[in-house]
Design a protein around this ligand. Structure first.
Ligand SMILES: Nc1nc2c(c(=O)[nH]1)N[C@H]1C(S)=C(S)[C@@H](COP(=O)(O)O)O[C@H]1N2
Ligand SMILES: [Mo]
Length: 457
């Protein structure tokens, strides 16, 4: 149906009004496309018949994402910053001009990384039904013909491609990563980092383009009234310029309340199956979706293990009585055995281990303060400390700590946990634990710490 609206006066020329038929330049192209409709598009157009689709429902799902996705984006970028990009140990390490301003990741509050990482993974999972609901609500637009009516619309559609492709890619890679399923033939960190920027760019463009429409749509029907409308009284919205409303709507099989409830219920269910991995106590047992979510076994060492001693290739004889800790700094080397470390001043702190794969747990650690170890080799004012493990291969066999992370009074080379010796899987004879430090940098089976003084650089 092509009804021409009277366009603004163009001074008596016979040029058609700019919006006479909804086409921008090059009009001939769009018209030709419209005349040559590929087989099936009209049938596809008619087969989307749900009377629920329309600007209001799309805007309801959209407004949830508008509020929540920025949190996922920001916490994700903060996690990257927490890895200490200035020591070249964030992944991917070379991000070119996408480099973020670096700052020293604080050690306080000690649960900071637990919260940023927990929010990123948990919200990322919980929002999946909302993303799917939103995509369902706009899916007929995929079959619109002609695919665009102006060059501006071509650009808009390209951002949609990056938006939808981007979020599906981020969800897929993120989910596979927290399941430790590296099915993809590329590096997870690189893919997820660059994917994040592509998605974020498209998200910002989409919000700028669609925010006015979202507001109008939300205002078009009061939420409360809509959520009280039963299925029998559910009517399609009036036809909209975006053609979200079906051309020939069928009868409603659920109400809008049902559609919102289904998505909300799915999100709640995922939340219930996920949050347990970031909480201690009985709720932990509800983390059914996550491989390391639940408590592995009883006893003081009964909390998640990310990489076992066997998987790390550390042999039991390396951690026996022959084990030595090598400390280096200001040209000095000091070697200590475990009894020597236990004879030093011991400090106890309750600190979380927070894994980038999403789980976290707070335990009570006892050991020697890192700053006391630095002082042993005469480094009172460290610029950095490189910790190395007995582990020979593996991405996390070494980590660099920043000055605030060495000097915090709760930063420990832990020897014991919850009143007993560390288990082999938790890093016996000694492991690093530092407030708010990402789990990946809490090196287990420590062999050496190299303290760099300020004067050294
Ligand atoms: N040497 C070494 N230390 C390591 C790792 C590793 O692979 N090798 N994994 C790290 C990761 S990713 C996490 S989350 C924590 C988990 O500590 P846990 O296994 O004691 O819970 O250990 C860290 N320490
Ligand atoms: Mo981890």
């Amino acid at each position: 149906m092509l009804t021409s609206r009277p366009g603004p006066s163009t001074g008596g020329t016979d040029a058609p009004a700019p919006d006479a038929d909804g086409y921008g330049a090059p009009r001939r192209l769009w018209r030709a496309l419209d005349r040559n409709r590929p087989p099936g598009v009209d049938a596809a157009d008619r087969s989307w018949r749900s009377p629920l689709r329309g600007p209001w429902l799309t805007a309801v799902y959209g407004s949830v994402l508008l509020v929540a996705l920025p949190l996922v984006i920001v916490t994700g970028l903060l996690d990257y910053a927490a890895y200490g990009p200035r020591f070249d140990q964030a992944f991917p390490s070379n991000v070119g001009w996408l480099r973020l301003p670096t700052f020293d990741w604080p050690t306080r509050p000690s649960w900071l990384f637990r919260v940023t990482q927990g929010l990123h993974v948990t919200l990322g999972i919980v929002l999946i039904p909302v993303v799917l609901g939103k995509l369902w609500s706009v899916i007929p637009k995929l079959f619109n013909w002609p695919p665009a009516r102006s060059l501006a619309q071509v650009l808009e559609r390209l951002t949609l491609l990056l938006l939808v492709g981007g979020i599906l890619f981020q969800i897929a890679t993120g989910l596979l990563n927290i399941q430790y399923a590296y099915l993809f033939g590329f590096d997870f960190y690189t893919a997820h980092y660059f994917g994040a920027w592509i998605f974020t760019g498209a998200f910002v463009a989409h919000v700028v383009l669609k925010l006015p429409r979202l507001i109008t749509a939300l205002r078009s029907r009061p939420l409360g009234a809509e959520l009280r409308t039963p299925r029998a009284a559910t009517r399609p919205e009036p036809p909209d310029p975006d053609k979200l409303v079906a051309a020939r709507p069928g009868p409603a099989t659920v109400s809008r309340r049902g559609a919102v409830g289904l998505v909300g219920g799915g999100a709640l269910l995922l939340a219930a199956l996920t949050v347990g991995q970031s909480l201690d106590g009985p709720l932990r047992r509800t983390a059914l979706l996550l491989p390391r979510g639940r408590q592995p076994g009883p006893g003081p060492n009964g909390f998640p293990v990310n990489r076992t001693i066997a998987a790390a290739g550390v042999r039991p004889e390396q951690t026996g009585p022959g084990w030595r800790l090598m400390l280096r700094g200001s040209g000095r080397t000091v070697t200590l055995d475990r009894p020597g470390l236990l004879a030093m001043a011991q400090h106890t702190a309750a600190l979380p281990i927070s894994c980038v794969e999403g789980w976290s747990t707070r335990q009570t650690w006892t050991g020697v303060r890192l700053r006391d170890l630095a002082a042993l080799v005469g480094v009172a004012d460290p610029a950095a400390a490189r910790v190395s493990s007995l582990e020979r291969a593996g991405l996390f066999r070494t980590a660099v700590l920043a000055p605030n992370q060495v000097l915090d009074p709760d930063s420990l080379l832990a020897l014991r946990v919850n009143g007993v010796d560390l288990s082999p899987d938790h890093g016996y004879p000694a492991r690093v634990i530092v407030p708010a430090l990402p789990g990946v940098h809490c090196t287990k089976w420590v062999a050496e710490i190299d303290f760099q003084g300020r004067a050294d650089d």
